[in-house]
Ligand binder design. Structure first.
Ligand code: PGA
Length: 249
């Protein structure tokens, strides 16, 4: 049976308020918290709310350490479509976090296998991730763990599915510029976190959310592998919940 707790909010603004509230509470209780972060359009309003809390309510990130889920292979951190760039612009540049405490896999690393191993080692060396914020792909992926990813997969290099390349091409001037490979935290890396907060908004996520929560526990829908996590909450808007609500969940 699925152990995923689902919180349905009215809209993406409410999702951002709920998610940022949980993150802020964690940081206030534990100023040295270790956060796992995601890129994509879904968490953007949550980051905007955290920036507002920093600026207006004194929420401090000075002791916080962060790890990001993934990065395109071959894009430098100053490339506008790189995930390092996204994090700088949406969050890190506007808060008091120490730059050296922000970890995004390096898509330009000369030795990619070493980069993956050192990412895992860095997570272990700070005692693991307290809370990992996730999005979900329309095909059920989490980070760049596409359907078929093994439950015990570590941080590694992956080929992106055509589905994901097409969906991400909206951010690139020329679709042929979308990288075909990426570095991603594995399913095991994500499942090892103490708490998972998965956000989903909009109708394009409804089927994936329903499959993850109510479907079979199967690597065909990577997000369904969160069903056995002891503390996993999906915070979703009404549109993303549409296929759950039809059965009264
Ligand atoms: P999105 O991406 O937030 O841009 O929809 C989520 C994902 O693909 O994990």
């Amino acid at each position: 049976m699925s152990g995923i707790k689902v919180t349905v909010c009215r809209d993406s603004e409410e999702v951002a308020k709920a998610a940022s509230g949980i993150i802020a509470r964690l940081i206030r209780e534990n100023p040295g918290a270790v956060l796992g972060l995601a890129t994509g359009s879904t968490p953007e309003p949550t980051y905007a709310e955290l920036v507002r809390m920093h600026q207006e309510e004194g929420l401090s990130f000075a002791g916080v350490t962060t790890f990001n889920l993934d990065e395109y292979l071959g894009l430098p951190g100053d490339h506008p479509q790189s995930y390092r760039y996204f994090m700088q612009k949406k969050l890190f540049d506007h808060i008091d976090i120490c730059p050296w405490n922000t970890h995004v896999p390096n898509g330009m690393a000369r030795n990619i296998d070493l980069e993956c191993q050192s990412f895992e080692l860095k997570i272990s060396s700070v005692g693991g991730v307290d809370l990992w914020l996730l999005g979900i792909g329309a095909n059920g992926h989490i980070a760049f763990n596409e359907p078929g990813s093994a439950i015990n997969s570590p941080t590694r290099v992956v080929d992106l599915s055509s589905n994901t390349i097409e969906s991400n091409s909206r951010f690139f001037r020329d679709p042929s510029e979308v990288p075909r490979r990426a570095l991603t935290a594995g399913i095991e890396t994500i499942r090892s976190t103490r708490r998972v907060l998965l956000l989903a908004t909009g109708p394009s996520k409804a089927a994936a959310v329903a499959e993850a929560v109510k479907g079979r526990y199967s690597c065909r829908c990577p997000a369904s592998l969160l069903q056995k996590h002891p503390k996993c909450t999906f915070i979703i808007d009404q549109e993303a919940a549409a296929e759950l609500q039809s059965t009264g969940r």
